[in-house]
Design a protein around this ligand. Structure first.
Ligand SMILES: Cc1cc2nc3c(=O)[nH]c(=O)nc-3n(C[C@H](O)[C@H](O)[C@H](O)COP(=O)(O)O)c2cc1C
Length: 342
């Protein structure tokens, strides 16, 4: 089984980034450079994920990972989502988008994606938005996969360790994209990634992968010194040549009009960090805690904005280090980050 504590030539992991950025080419480039690339299974069909796993294997013999979303609870407050739908309606009409009906539950094909990971014996499988059932951890171990649970506070890290996972990804509040928090209603732990790693280090005896706001060699060094085995970078790879990041998203990372990031539920119903744009300014105050219902509700709006190249209508997920994102081959980004680590 892949050893996360000792198996990496470069202790830098390419974060799974659902919604387009994590292509097989990006994953293979990070892994071939000596780090560990991650495919993102979230939002995709099982067939699409299978094609991506096979595509990575065709591009590299190096180990890689696959990340799955753990399903949450059925919708609790339909009226709140209906009210949010009404708020979005005028924008939908302007964009000529039909808002879909609200669903009670969507599990993102979790069981079938686990079956696929087992069938393809993916070297590393990570989970976010929740802890996988113990039976899933056991099946993956039997298939030879190392298992990583993603958490956003120390109590969650302790629960993950009890489950028998092989490593824990500790995500700090600075991270781009969705918070991994097991309880989407909980207030985020305000600690920086480094502080959270220090706290988790004294609570659990497993390799820790640190994610959130890591953009420079100094960030890498401080985080490893705090007790992490490896760092996980997302935003730093968003503008990589091999990434599937939408052009409007790439552009915003370097656009002087986008000056801040914020954590919002406006796009998906789950807290996530992105660059402040008009959609967040207009709807954050009304957003409701209902994932994936809100995600599904805004899918057409986001797609329309992306198609027209409008950075104000799509989710510009980014961590606080977004200005350091470089337009370069991913292998070069990973190698340079490691070589500039003091
Ligand atoms: C565009 C984007 C998409 C993301 N999608 C996922 C995902 O599918 N699964 C996951 O576990 N984390 C996801 N994340 C979070 C990353 O795993 C990681 O925690 C984060 O990128 C680290 O912070 P940084 O962006 O400041 O480097 C995403 C992050 C971004 C920026």
């Amino acid at each position: 089984m892949f050893d996360l504590d000792d198996g990496l030539r470069i202790p830098i992991i390419g974060a799974p980034m659902a919604g387009g950025p994590s292509t097989p080419e990006l994953v293979a480039a990070v892994s071939s450079a000596g780090g560990l690339g991650f495919l993102a299974a979230g939002y995709k069909t099982v067939d699409a994920v299978r094609r991506e796993v096979d595509a990575v294997r065709a591009l590299t013999s190096a180990p890689f990972g696959l990340n799955l979303f753990v399903p949450g609870r059925p919708l609790a407050d339909r009226a709140a989502v209906e009210a949010y739908r009404e708020r979005l309606q005028p924008l939908a009409e302007r964009r000529q988008v039909v808002l879909p009906e609200i669903v009670d539950f969507d599990d993102d094909a979790f069981d079938a994606k686990v079956d696929l990971a087992v069938e393809r014996a993916v070297p590393v499988v990570s989970f976010t938005f929740g802890l996988p059932p113990r039976e899933v951890v056991d099946r993956l171990h039997d298939a030879g996969s190392a298992v990583v649970a993603t958490v956003s506070d120390v109590d969650e890290a302790v629960s993950a360790a009890r489950l028998g996972v092989d490593a824990i990804c500790v995500q700090g509040v600075d991270a781009g994209g969705h918070r991994a928090t097991l309880d989407p209603d909980a207030e985020p732990d305000p600690r920086s990634t480094r502080e959270l790693v220090e706290a988790a280090r004294s609570a659990v005896d497993l390799p820790l992968i640190a994610a959130g706001g890591i953009a420079t060699g100094t960030d890498v060094a401080t985080t490893l010194t705090a007790g992490a085995t490896a760092v996980q970078i997302g935003t730093a790879l968003l503008d990589a040549d091999e990434a599937g990041t939408k052009p409007a998203h790439r552009g915003a990372l370097h656009d002087a009009r986008f000056t801040d990031t914020v954590v919002t539920r406006a796009f998906s119903g789950r807290p996530a960090r992105g660059l402040v744009n008009d959609f967040i300014t207009d709807f954050d105050a009304y957003a409701v805690a209902a994932y994936p219902q809100v995600h599904l509700l805004t899918t057409g709006l986001r797609a329309a904005a992306a198609a027209s190249g409008d950075p104000h209508g799509l989710a510009l997920w980014a961590g606080i280090g977004y200005r350091s994102a470089r337009s370069a081959p991913a292998g070069e980004i990973v190698r340079d980050l490691w070589s500039e680590t003091p």
